[in-house]
Design a protein around this ligand. Structure first.
Ligand code: ZN
Length: 280
């Protein structure tokens, strides 16, 4: 029997790594578009996007997001474009200022937790506002589950109609001071999603040296997965990643090991329930 295709998401830039950490990290819009195109050609079909200023500092400027979207649509036709509404890119409603540009998806964290040096604060009011903006602009959320309670929170938001569409839940593991990379917890996350959100797709992201471990667990257990330089800048202990595409290739190798075909962009949109936005 043919196994279920695996969607590979590439998180190209993030808000933490700098050129001084890895000179290959794409920062400018043109570098980001080029890096996304390479990753798309390697097999990634979702791109998770943050934008930066020229000096590499984080930005939440909707104009930059728009430029990036235009470039990706041109060079990666069909790829699912996902913007980050994460807390490192802006404050309060700034985090959702680019939703009106109508990306296919946006990340959404539905609870708070600790980050390496601070509290990752997501108040119920801000979460509800971001969710309502996503409904308004037809943007599908990717729920970032940093904790078990976030899966339950997402389920109740779907049942209350505060979130719509096919749920896509991402387990994030390995952020310092948040949930570690733990196999039993991971399996319990999968079991819980299957129980309380039976129509959901799920995926996982591991941070730093744990990226490949989480990729492997996702692929082995039938989920989807995320790679890219936002989460990890290394190929292995001794070598920096030369590109986002090189990390996508590592993930593809794991898919091959477990007999999972890599989802095409068409299959990805079918699995996620995201049509092509013809007019945006
Ligand atoms: Zn991100």
């Amino acid at each position: 029997m043919k196994k279920k295709p695996c969607i590979i998401c590439v998180a190209i830039t993030g808000s933490v790594p700098r050129k001084s950490d890895n000179p290959n990290i794409p920062i400018s819009i043109s570098e980001q578009v080029e890096s996304t195109q390479e990753a798309f050609e390697a097999g990634a079909t979702i791109v998770h996007c943050h934008v930066r200023n020229e000096d590499e500092s984080v930005s939440s400027d909707p104009a930059r997001f728009e430029q990036l979207k235009i470039g990706i649509k041109k060079y990666c036709p069909g790829m699912v474009i996902q913007f980050s509404t994460g807390g490192r890119s802006g404050k309060g409603k700034e985090r959702g200022g680019m939703l009106s540009i109508c990306p296919d998806m946006a990340s959404l964290t539905v609870g708070s937790n600790n980050f390496p040096t601070r509290v990752y604060q997501n108040s119920p009011k801000l979460i509800d506002w971001l969710a309502s903006e996503m409904i308004k602009y037809g943007v599908q959320p990717e729920i970032e589950a940093f904790d078990l309670s976030h899966i339950f929170q997402a389920a109740s938001m779907y049942s209350e109609g505060k979130l719509v569409g096919k749920p896509y839940i991402q387990f994030v593991m390995g952020v310092k001071n948040a949930m570690p990379v733990d196999r039993e917890v991971f399996e319990f996350y999968v079991k819980t999603v299957n129980r309380i959100l039976p129509n959901a797709n799920w995926c996982g992201a591991g941070i730093g040296r744990h990226q490949r471990t989480v990729n492997e667990w996702c692929i082995e257990l039938g989920g989807h997965t995320r790679t890219g330089m936002e989460d990890n800048i290394r190929m292995d202990r001794n070598n920096l990643a030369s590109s986002n595409a090189s990390l996508v290739n590592l993930t593809k190798d794991i898919c091959e090991k477990y007999g999972r075909p890599v989802a095409t962009w068409k299959k990805t949109r079918e699995l996620l329930g995201i049509p092509i936005h013809l007019l945006s």
